[in-house]
Design a protein around this ligand. Structure first.
Ligand SMILES: [Fe+2]
Length: 270
């Protein structure tokens, strides 16, 4: 499964498409950040109007991961608020869907999403129905990655979900203000990043111009594309998904320090 290559796309630049499941009273509004045309696997920003409700307990035919950005999404008596994450394996019941407010969330599915009314209305035991990211501690980045050289201090993660069979990891990655890393990174797998806050500068991507990610920007980068050096002036939190543990190799780059220090010195303090 490989989703299409996207670099630094802000969801606000994407036109929403509406999708009406017969099991919901209102259409969803979906902005597709990246997708795999073969399987229908998709990462999207989804908006639900505050009057959305399902009349019965729903399940989906696919694995489903949600990270709430705004509003409040209810599954039965579970009230998902901004910063909450959930994971449901395929064919697991979710509960009755309801949006209490206009609600926006990140949605990751591993194939084309279809809702249905399950016979077994209790969620799969592997489901994580509510993970409050605010209650979690920042931990060692090696919990979600496998770099070929040590990290500089100031990079931390919160692992929201890990698939023990594949090593797939859904996590938040946090950078301290002023953090940077020398060289270009190269990964053997694709990576997805959605910027929740702050700034993160990538000097070059695949030998071409880089950019600064800010809130609402997304990338889905196939394996083998050199990118870096990476720096953050004001600090940064990214929501990340990788289909297995993120191996990282490094390549040198000639104007390494120029990229890093021009971002740190010239980008505005915020
Ligand atoms: Fe990377």
């Amino acid at each position: 499964m490989v989703k299409n290559h996207v670099e630094n796309k802000n969801w606000r630049e994407i036109n929403p498409t509406s999708w009406h499941s017969p099991h919901l009273n209102e259409p969803l509004h979906k902005r597709i950040l990246s997708s795999d045309p073969e399987t229908g696997a998709m990462t999207s920003i989804v908006d639900l109007p505050k009057t959305t409700i399902s009349d019965q307990i729903l399940a989906a035919n696919c694995e489903l991961q949600i990270f709430v950005l705004e509003g409040e999404l209810h599954f039965d008596k579970i009230y998902m608020k901004p910063g909450d994450y959930c994971y449901y394996p395929e064919n697991s019941a979710h509960g009755k869907w309801r949006a209490k407010e206009n609600t926006r969330f990140l949605l990751i599915t591993d194939k084309t999403l279809e809702f249905f009314k399950p016979e077994d209305t209790s969620p799969d035991k592997r489901a994580k129905r509510q993970v409050d990211s605010w209650a979690m501690e920042w931990t060692n980045p090696l919990d979600a990655s496998d770099p070929s050289k040590p990290y500089r201090q100031g990079l931390m993660v919160k692992v929201l979900h890990k698939n023990e069979a594949t090593g797939a990891s859904t996590h938040l990655a946090g950078l301290m203000p002023g953090w940077y890393a020398h060289g270009l990174e190269v990964h053997p797998i694709y990576e997805e990043n959605y910027c929740l806050s702050g700034d993160v500068n990538i000097g070059e991507v695949d030998g071409g111009d880089g950019y600064t990610m800010t809130e609402g920007c997304y990338l889905c980068r196939p394996p083998g594309i050199p990118h870096g050096p990476i720096s953050s002036k004001n600090g940064n939190v990214n929501f990340c998904y990788t289909p297995s543990i993120l191996g990282i190799d490094y390549e040198p780059i000639e104007n390494d320090e120029q990229y890093i220090f021009s971002h740190l010195r010239s980008y505005p303090w915020r």
